[in-house]
Design a protein around this ligand. Structure first.
Ligand SMILES: [Zn+2]
Length: 267
């Protein structure tokens, strides 16, 4: 039997054996193809949601499904805006249908615990809607209804970690686009994909508390980043990843009724 936490690395027989009984959670990373400034690649949200999924899956005996690579449209106040070339997005209805279809597919496999682990701010409500519609479909059909968790990984960074990593003040997760969080995690996990010499150190973007369409392109800083990345380090990335994993594992364990993982060092 082939073993891996990543579903696509398993052959179909090993996958079926791994999910037999339906108890192991399947985690679907959800990303985007979105500009992240001059220092980061377009697939940051895919890479980070997949890496966090892998970390967590390793502790809860989970299986990481292939990621949803594209995400909902970048918004000017949280991702620079969808007018920027490179950013390649789905209409909301498309993302809803992808989420709905994947719930149906994993339910058909017999999976009873499913997690959408989001790495792109704008995706969340569309994933929620897709899951809600799928569960309604399954209920109406009298089929087994899985438990589905939705989460965005940055919501698991605790206050003491935020205070330690943002001594100058925390700008907010919405403008943490191409900033310290994502850049530090990338420096820790995929350093060869980060060009710190190109990173913008512009101060956090100041945007009005509303949207206007068509977007006024000059409101997005030229770098495309909404907060500075200069203070990012690989060590901060390690601290962030540890904080996220340590908070996410107990949440999944409790909500999905999983066996409590063995303490570190005894696995
Ligand atoms: Zn991002």
């Amino acid at each position: 039997m082939r073993t891996s936490v990543y579903m696509e690395e398993l052959d179909a027989f090993s996958y079926r054996e791994a999910i037999a009984g339906g108890h192991r959670p399947v985690i679907i990373p959800v990303g985007s193809i979105e500009q992240h400034g001059p220092h980061l690649p377009l697939n940051v949200d895919v890479l980070l949601s997949r890496a966090v999924s892998g970390e967590v899956a390793g502790q809860v005996r989970g299986i990481v499904a292939p990621p949803i690579t594209y995400g909902y449209k970048s918004q000017q106040r949280s991702g620079g805006g969808n007018h920027l070339a490179g950013t390649t997005s789905l209409d909301g209805g498309t993302l809803i249908e992808i989420a709905r279809t994947l719930v149906h597919e994993f339910a058909r496999h017999g999976v009873s615990r499913l997690v959408f682990l989001n790495g792109h701010f704008e995706n969340y409500q569309f994933l929620y809607e897709g899951v809600d519609l799928a569960l309604r479909d399954l209920e109406r059909a009298g089929a087994a209804v899985p438990t589905v968790m939705l989460l965005s990984y940055w919501d698991f960074v605790d206050e003491p970690t935020i205070e330690a990593l943002y001594p100058e003040g925390f700008p907010g997760w919405d403008v943490e686009h191409g900033g310290v969080l994502e850049t530090s995690l990338m420096l820790h996990l995929h350093p060869h994909l980060v060009d710190m010499a190109a990173a913008s150190d512009d101060p956090p973007a100041v945007l009005p508390p509303y949207d206007v369409l068509p977007v006024k392109a000059d409101r997005t800083p030229p770098s495309g980043c909404l907060s500075p990345a200069g203070a990012a380090t690989a060590e901060k990335g390690r601290i962030l990843l540890d904080a996220v994993r340590e908070a996410m594992v107990p949440a999944l364990t409790a909500e999905l009724g999983l066996a409590v993982p063995a303490p570190a060092g005894t696995r």
